[in-house]
Design a protein around this ligand. Structure first.
Ligand code: URA
Length: 268
């Protein structure tokens, strides 16, 4: 029995190492590479293996010129005069590491004349493949939610349509949350995006857009309460991916949709 559990523990430890990328056994004992630079290897090793190339003393890496990624984002976004130019500015922005791992730049979907702009978090796998926001299961729920109050991304009339975008235009690996630095460098683009679309109201879905636009997290506390950002009314709502995991919270989401409908009538 005991051997059985040792065997399974060893197997689990091995699987974990493989997950981390350690897929080759090169020694019996771990090697501390930091010490290895300072400590010469024992002579016996030198005698039994082919002569190693002369060891270079550790040199500090060359200084990379300091880049202010947020300032660069502000300059690039600020220069965009329309949505096409904003998309181009994002495509040319090289300071967000997520870009390297993503297949697509996911910019937006829907009608730029819409009264309601929905701001989500970041593309997932389906969005990365199709290059459009909210096209996976969460997106299908989002479409059903807004259809219930007569709004949709494909509706031709501005008063019935939606414009949908995300804080992040590139998919984070394994759908992890974007870091505060990643959000900060996307914020100038998001602000410009909203200014160019100029919607009547903004719906922020989930914690990432609340952090970006409102500087706050805590969607359970924030949802359903109107606030202001960029001179516009903002309504925080639960993210549809959360509602898929917690369907009993759809009641709150329905109340928030009715709140949105009523606001659109009052500011018509
Ligand atoms: N979740 C988001 O926040 N945005 C998407 O585009 C898809 C899933």
């Amino acid at each position: 029995m005991e051997h059985d559990s040792e065997f399974h523990a060893a197997l689990a430890a091995l699987a974990w190492q493989i997950d981390l990328g350690a897929d080759e056994a090169i020694g019996e004992a771990p090697v501390n590479r930091y010490e290895a630079v300072a400590t010469p290897e024992p002579a016996v090793v030198a005698a039994t293996v082919a002569p190693a190339p002369a060891r270079r003393t550790a040199e500090p890496p060359p200084e990379a010129p300091a880049v202010d990624a947020v300032a660069e984002a502000r300059a690039a976004a600020g220069a965009a005069r329309n949505l096409d130019e904003l998309r181009e500015a994002l495509a040319g922005y090289e300071h967000c590491e997520l870009k390297k791992g993503a297949r697509s730049l996911v910019f937006s979907d829907g009608n730029p004349q819409a009264r309601v702009l929905v701001l989500g978090e970041a593309p997932g796998r389906d969005e990365d493949v199709q290059g459009k926001p909210f096209v996976g299961r969460a997106g299908q729920l989002l479409d059903r939610m807004f259809a219930a109050i007569g709004l949709g991304r494909t509706a031709p009339a501005a008063e019935h349509s939606l414009y949908i975008t995300n804080v992040m235009v590139w998919r984070p690996p394994q759908n992890r949350d974007p870091t505060p630095e990643e959000i900060a460098m996307m914020l100038p683009f998001v602000e410009k995006h909203i200014a160019l679309v100029d919607p009547d109201v903004i719906v922020v879905m989930g914690n990432t857009p609340c952090a970006a636009l409102l500087g706050q997290r805590g969607i359970t506390r924030l949802r359903g309460k109107w606030t202001q950002a960029l001179g516009k009314p903002v309504l925080p709502m639960f993210h549809p991916a959360f509602l898929l995991r917690q369907p009993h919270m759809k009641r709150e989401a329905w109340a928030d949709l009715l709140e949105l409908q009523s606001k659109l009538r009052t500011i018509a």
